[in-house]
Design a protein around this ligand. Structure first.
Ligand SMILES: *[C@@H]1O[C@H](CO)[C@@H](O)[C@H](O)[C@H]1NC(C)=O
Ligand SMILES: *[C@@H]1O[C@H](CO)[C@@H](O)[C@H](O)[C@H]1NC(C)=O
Length: 264
């Protein structure tokens, strides 16, 4: 653990060197162009290296260049002088690419540094509703609420969260924080526009699944004033009221009839 912390610190310190570090995330299979600027005229060589030790290519004055064995067939040269195009990057190509120039006066100087992370596309996600716990206001007199527990799953990881809707306002209770998966991607469940969204993303790609809240919590009608939830609520209200009126009338009728019988 502490070794990693120390390594991490070393990387940070190195990042503050004379040349600015460019951090790039590349999708697996894509190409990447590494550029250098301001190369002195009187250089004796310009060189690109991978992870500080592995040679990529070396340029000599007069336009000669030699590609080192590890990169033969894997790089091209764009028009811009001393720039390099890395082709069809794979996860194993993640690391630090540095360019250096060597001159007689100043020795070896850094020119550019790229911290490259190659990522594959994230896997699909599926959002499932595990349980719905709905209390209807018509039955419970004004305290309508609906609790939804959902799980967002990828092939290898999952995250659960609970949403509580009270009086047509929904909020997330637990599971708000995105979770990092083993592959370094992020899994996040959140509420947006009366839908529950599950998002799986890394720096280069993302996948998503969502469920609308209304079908599960009919008394929740959403901010757009959508009619589906409201009409179900209204129908229930009307049916319940009519039922109540009929029952009350029946009781009164029976009562009155008994009174009339007695008076006869
Ligand atoms: C290059 O360095 C990175 C860390 O900066 C490391 O993750 C990667 O494994 C290294 N690759 C090779 C081939 O040494
Ligand atoms: C959310 O709803 C508003 C208004 O209905 C709409 O303008 C907006 O585009 C929606 N956002 C998303 C991300 O769907």
């Amino acid at each position: 653990m502490s070794v990693f912390v120390i390594l991490g610190l070393l990387v940070c310190i190195e990042a503050q060197g004379p040349s600015a570090v460019t951090t790039v995330f590349v999708q697996k299979g894509d190409d990447l162009i590494l550029n250098v600027d301001d190369v002195p005229e009187d250089f004796s060589f310009v060189e690109w290296k991978f992870n500080k030790t592995v040679g990529v290519v070396r340029f000599a004055p007069g336009g000669r260049r030699s590609v080192l064995p590890d990169f033969t067939g894997r790089i091209e040269f764009p028009v811009k002088k001393f720039s390099v195009k890395l082709k069809n990057l794979q996860e194993a190509d993640s690391g630090v690419y540095t360019a250096q120039v060597s001159t007689l006066q100043e020795g070896v100087q850094p020119l550019a540094e790229y911290k490259v992370t190659v990522q594959g596309p994230v896997s699909p996600v599926e959002l499932t509703v595990d349980s719905v716990d709905s209390v209807d206001s018509v039955v419970s007199r004004g305290s309508d609420s609906c609790n939804l527990t959902v799980t967002c799953s990828t092939q290898h990881s999952h995250i659960s969260s609970t949403f509580r809707c009270v009086s047509r306002t929904c909020s997330q209770e637990g599971g708000e924080q995105p979770e990092l998966t083993t592959s370094g991607a992020s899994l996040h469940v959140y509420l947006l526009n009366s839908s529950i969204i599950c998002n799986h993303s890394n720096q280069v790609t993302w996948t998503e699944d969502f469920k609308r809240i209304e079908p599960f919590c009919p008394q929740y009608a959403g901010s757009e004033g959508s009619s589906a939830g409201t009409s179900v609520y209204l129908v229930k209200m009307v049916v319940f009221s009519v039922g109540l009126i009929i029952m009350v009338s029946a009781v009164i009728t029976v009562h009155l009839m008994e009174k009339f019988k007695k008076h006869k």
